[in-house]
Design a protein around this ligand. Structure first.
Ligand SMILES: Nc1ncnc2c1ncn2[C@@H]1O[C@H](COP(=O)(O)OP(=O)(O)OP(=O)(O)O)[C@@H](O)[C@H]1O
Ligand SMILES: [Mg+2]
Length: 177
């Protein structure tokens, strides 16, 4: 059985701030292993907005654009070093091998992956899977753990959300079979 968290994000600022909180959690986990976080959701669901919150919280001051054409944007100077993927335009999952995907998936790195479905078969099992969906003018965010590291991240993410407005009271935890 694994846990899933469901959070209501009323506006863009809430999506950014959820990304901020997850970045703080990632920094608090002294794991030597690399982390892979999948971001699911339809076009315009808020995946890049969340990623921007994450990357800015790690100290990046410039713009965070979706790497739609380049497929990946490096933020190597950050701690932890972060790679932001957008695989929407990936023709074939095997192209990831040519891009040198294995060089990114190493201990100490974080990979945020938008449109991970496009890399099925080549991408590894993620630690966390996040799903954003439009709902009543805002967004819902579902976070699911997929590994032991993901379990630790999800527990701490839950703790942070619980003590931060507007998330306190806008969250539920579910057991998944
Ligand atoms: N919680 C929210 N409530 C309302 N609007 C939001 C929320 N979060 C993000 N948005 C808005 O959703 C729009 C699309 O966001 P974003 O570009 O992050 O989507 P995306 O999932 O990355 O899309 P794509 O699949 O095209 O990469 C932006 O205009 C952003 O302001
Ligand atoms: Mg995007």
């Amino acid at each position: 059985m694994s846990k899933a968290l469901r959070v209501w994000l009323p506006d863009e600022a809430a999506t950014v701030s959820a990304g901020n909180l997850l970045a703080a959690v990632v920094q608090s986990v002294s794991s030597a292993a690399g982390l892979v976080i999948f971001l699911h959701g339809t076009l315009g669901a808020g995946k890049t907005t969340f990623s921007r919150g994450f990357i800015r919280a790690l100290g990046h001051e410039g713009a965070v654009k979706s790497p739609t054409y380049t497929l990946v944007e490096p933020y190597e100077q950050l701690t932890p070093a972060t790679w932001h993927f957008d695989l929407y335009r990936l023709g074939d999952p095997e192209e990831l091998e040519f891009m040198g995907i294995r060089d990114y998936l190493v201990p100490g790195n974080v990979c945020l992956v938008e449109w991970p479905e496009r890399g099925a078969g080549i991408l590894p099992t993620p630690d966390l899977e996040l799903t954003l969906a439009p709902e009543g003018g805002g967004r819902s965010l579902i976070a699911e753990q997929r590994t032991e590291a993901g379990r630790v991240l999800l527990t701490r993410f839950h703790e942070r959300l619980r003590s931060t407005a507007p998330f306190d009271g806008a969250m539920t935890e579910t057991d998944l079979e």
